[in-house]
Design a binder for this molecule. Structure first.
Ligand code: F6R
Length: 609
């Protein structure tokens, strides 16, 4: 989840890598550092805190360095301090390295190195790795060979970038379960942990494969495998425009991404619905495979898990296909019972979440069919699943996920319809669902128009110290996602569950001053939800209802009502209600003066357990 950057070429290298880090800030931001060439040595500057703290040091560095690597850290081993910030040197300051991930055997390695007289300045596993690679380099081999041999002594998941004093204008990097991308330029080459950091410089990229080692000089990119054999450098062209990875005039990435959702739904269905109103999914299993599937397991974390709950609702309701949803971290260690005829679906925005990736590998070992629903093309989960459907939501920068969720649920809906179509499932009117899906972007636009009303309403609830998020059916699942957004950025404790569960315990928490947001968009559940509303209201809770334009029941009881347009399928109306929930979290956080795009203690892409 840390940010990695590297540059070698004629420009001011320190300036380039600092700019790259700025574009990667969402990956981690508790400290940052740069190593650059200076008079035949490798100099290092680093600082705890925001990237701007490192920025203040840039005035002190020479402008003629043509080789630099940089890192923004999200601590795993050792507190976020200046000393623990990357880069780290080896014992003789011959090499400097930056690293994303975890070295699992670092304690054993530290003991081994200490027995040979090594001393360490930091508490990081990265410094141990630097000493290991330094030992190999001291044998007189080229840097790439030192990295290749050093990495064989390390266990864990990491991407690592190394520069040396002896070999000017050479950067060596290795990928082991953490993302790494090369940018190809004219007389210059770059490296990054994610594509947006390369886009201002080039659109020609190479995705580094697992266990490969890449060697960058200004004129050449060479890749070798773990045995030192050359492997082909496969270039891809990135079509994203830079503005798509930047804020586009909004105050925060999160707000921009919330507003992108009409377009995101359009993109998610683009090319997947034909003129006859049939769902067409490419690169999924052939038709006969779907009839063989007896059970679905959806595996994901956080917001993607909540999207998975929506998938379960639909697969069971529409297809009568038994579906379970697991947190990846529980699944991977839970010795799951997996039917050989089951399908495991992995939902992930980044495609790099460590627990989800591990769960995927477990399923592959057990020879279970795997399908990814992933946003980032070229990511590990996307590449390792038997089949992958991309959500096509574009880069999501805000740590709090919004548009990825909407895209994930849209794709799960398409998938359920696709299966219904193949199996000719009785009672499923695919055409009417498709008609709704096609209207969704326009309806999502209407939900966004509620923003001024939501902003006003947030002024009334921003000081609460407990907020309930309640609903029934699909409304309950979306409410859970609403609660996650709220705690992530508003930092206000939440209690979320199906509304019918209130009287089995949580009702005890209701007293004067608490807020309860009821999602009540499904007419089938409205009467029952209304009873739950009354229970909370009678005990002093302030009630806000998210309901539809057709509602005449909830509005009578709730203190405030947000009315969204209704689809003909209530499941899709519930999905639209994610938008007001996201805006509520956003405006409460903003009114309370929080940092929206980088909430405390969180990082965008969780590539460690
Ligand atoms: C919440 C959020 C996280 C992610 C989770 C999974 O707003 O962003 O809960 O959803 O870390 O990440 P991906 O989808 O990248 O696997």
């Amino acid at each position: 989840m840390c940010g990695i950057a590297g540059y070698v070429g004629p420009r001011n290298a320190v300036e380039v890598v600092y700019d790259q880090l700025k574009r990667l800030e969402y990956r981690g931001y508790d400290s940052a550092g740069i190593a650059y060439r200076d008079n035949g040595n490798i100099a290092v500057i680093k600082r705890a805190g925001k990237l701007s703290e490192l920025g203040k040091m840039l005035g002190e560095v020479p402008t003629d360095a043509h080789q630099a690597i940089a890192h923004s850290r999200w601590a795993t081993h050792g507190a976020p301090t200046d000393i623990n910030a990357h880069p780290h040197y080896d014992a003789f300051e011959n090499v400097a390295i930056i690293h994303n991930g975890i070295i699992e055997n670092y304690l054993d390695l530290r003991d081994e190195l200490m027995s040979r007289g090594h001393t360490f300045h930091s508490q990081t596993d990265t410094e141990i790795a630097a000493h290991v690679i330094g030992e190999e380099y001291d044998k007189g081999v080229p840097l790439e060979e030192a990295v290749r041999l050093g990495v064989k002594r390390l266990r864990g998941a990491f991407a690592m970038v190394v520069v040396s004093k002896r070999e000017e204008d050479k950067i060596v990097a290795v990928r082991n379960a953490s993302p790494l991308v090369v940018g190809l330029g004219e007389h210059e080459n770059l490296l990054a942990s994610d594509i947006p950091a390369l886009l201002p410089y080039t659109r020609r990229v190479v995705i580094v494969e697992e266990n490969d080692i890449v060697v960058l000089t200004p004129e050449r990119v060479r890749i070798v495998d773990g045995d030192g054999r050359d492997v082909p450098v496969v270039e891809q062209h990135i079509e994203w425009d830079i503005a798509a990875a930047e804020r586009g005039g909004y105050e925060h990435f999160m707000l921009k991404e919330i507003h992108e959702q009409p377009q995101v739904i359009r993109q998610a269905i683009a090319g997947r619905i034909d003129e006859q109103g049939h769902v067409r999914l490419e690169h999924v299993f052939s038709e006969h495979v779907w009839s063989d599937i007896d059970r679905v397991n959806i595996i994901a974390c956080g917001t993607a898990y909540h999207a998975g709950l929506m998938g379960k609702y639909l697969f069971e309701k529409l297809l009568r296909l038994p579906t379970d949803v697991y947190f990846s971290s529980e699944f991977r260690y839970g010795d799951p019972i997996l039917s050989p005829k089951s399908l495991a679906i992995f939902v992930s925005q980044s495609g790099e979440t460590a627990d989800t990736l591990a769960a995927l590998r477990l399923c592959k070992e057990r020879r279970i069919r795997t399908l990814g629903i992933v946003n980032v093309v070229g990511s590990s989960i996307a590449r390792e699943c038997d089949r992958t459907i991309f959500t096509q939501a574009g880069p999501e920068i805000s740590v709090a996920s919004t548009k990825a969720y909407t895209a994930q649920v849209t794709v799960l809906t398409l998938l359920a319809l696709y299966i219904a179509q193949i199996q000719e499932t009785a009672g499923v009117r695919v055409k009417s669902w498709v008609d709704d899906l096609v209207r969704m972007p326009e309806l999502a636009e209407k939900c966004l128009l509620l923003e001024p009303q939501i902003e006003q309403l947030c002024r009334r609830i921003k000081d609460t110290n407990l907020c309930f998020f309640l609903g029934r059916g699909a409304d309950a699942y979306v409410a859970m996602e609403g609660a996650l957004k709220f705690k992530e950025i508003a930092y206000i404790p939440t209690q979320e569950q199906p509304a019918g569960e209130m009287k089995h315990g949580p009702l005890a928490l209701v007293q004067q001053g608490v807020v309860a947001i009821f999602g009540a968009t499904d007419p089938y559940h409205v009467d029952k939800t209304m009873s739950n509303l009354k229970e909370v209201q009678a005990r002093g809770g302030t009630i806000l209802a998210i309901t539809t334009e057709n509602d005449s029941i909830m509005e009578k009881a709730a203190e405030s009502t947000l009315k969204i347009p209704a689809c003909s399928h209530p499941f899709l109306t519930a999905l639209l209600s994610a938008i007001p929930y996201q805006l509520i979290a956003y405006h409460v956080a903003r009114l309370n003066g929080h940092e929206i795009d980088q909430p405390r203690n969180l990082a965008k892409s969780v590539t460690v357990e």
